[in-house]
Design a protein around this ligand. Structure first.
Ligand code: G1P
Length: 289
């Protein structure tokens, strides 16, 4: 089994659900407490042992690359003022750790992933959707690290799954479940964004995947699926029966930062876990009752 070293971050989306905030700023730079969404996803990947981060970007997304570069002027000023640079630690990556490629047109998640095919090469790779902010439950490693643990046992393809409310099935890729083994469920089928009456289960895919490079060969011949887009779910479905395919339920909290309500909730939830701000936020919430 080949080791998992690479992760793809599809970050080309226009972020229309967050306008006007995202008119001139990538949605992945929206901040939860004091870090942008992209940094949470990058830190989760590094914790899981990922060595190469591949950003699939678009126009107006240079802030994402700048965020992980060295800011010489800022550092010089901070040093001059005797301030510690520790706060920037999560933004400093080993030289050459980030590669980026552009998705020129918004043709769907499958197309975005396929844009990274040359950098991924013939290796398994992870996919992290930064909109899904995953926080390992107390004492547990992050979501991708839990997936890597499972991958080292069963190999093949693994998607992170969670029970979703039946009426929300049309927002997710939904699996047809097979045999269960603890947190692992065999995947027998996959359908992207089915209507509730057509959903094969209530196990929805959340934005973390470990995939084999063969999915890129499926995407070489793209098919338009749900919403007229080239869907990753449809391409993954072609691997079922050819390679092991599992859904993994992780011990992690998920915050759907793809919409405003989830985003504000995530800010509150994460602030309440932070010793430096939690007491003040808790006191403030009490005044709102
Ligand atoms: C994408 C995938 C979907 C998955 C979801 C998880 O949809 O296409 O299968 O369930 O992410 O967040 P999107 O949310 O980009 O519409």
């Amino acid at each position: 089994m080949k080791m998992l070293r690479k992760a793809v971050f599809p970050v080309a989306g226009l972020g229309t659900r967050f306008l006007p905030a995202t008119k001139a700023m990538p949605k992945e730079m929206l901040t939860i407490v004091d870090r942008p969404l992209i940094q949470y996803a990058v830190e989760e990947a590094l914790e899981a042992g990922i060595e190469q981060l591949i950003f699939v970007t678009g126009r107006n997304k240079t802030a994402l690359e700048d965020h992980f570069d060295i800011a010489y002027e800022l550092e010089a000023v901070m040093k001059g003022r005797g301030k510690s640079l520790d706060i920037l630690a999560g933004t400093r990556l080993p030289a050459g750790a980030i590669a980026s490629v552009r998705q020129q047109e918004p043709l769907g998640l499958g197309h975005a992933i396929w844009c990274a095919r040359e950098i991924v090469g013939d290796e398994p790779f992870a996919v992290l959707l930064p909109d899904d902010l995953m926080v390992g439950r107390s004492g547990r490693p992050g979501c991708l690290a839990q997936m890597v643990e499972a991958y080292e046992r069963v190999g093949g393809n693994i998607v992170c799954v969670e029970q979703v409310p039946p009426e929300k099935s049309a927002s997710y890729g939904i699996i047809t479940p097979g045999a269960r083994d603890g947190p692992l469920t065999e995947v027998r089928g996959l359908v992207e964004k089915p209507k509730p009456e057509e959903a094969p289960s209530n196990l929805g895919i959340v934005g973390r995947y470990i995939l084999q490079p063969e999915v890129m060969r499926v995407l070489d011949n793209p098919v338009r699926g749900a919403g007229g887009e080239i869907q990753l779910t449809d391409a993954m479905a072609q691997l079922i029966g050819r390679q092991p395919f599992h859904g993994l339920t992780v011990e992690a909290e998920r915050h759907d930062c793809g919409d405003k309500i989830g985003f504000v909730k995530a800010n509150l939830a994460l602030a309440l876990k932070r010793e430096d701000v939690a007491p003040a936020i808790r006191a403030f919430i009490a005044t709102l009752q």
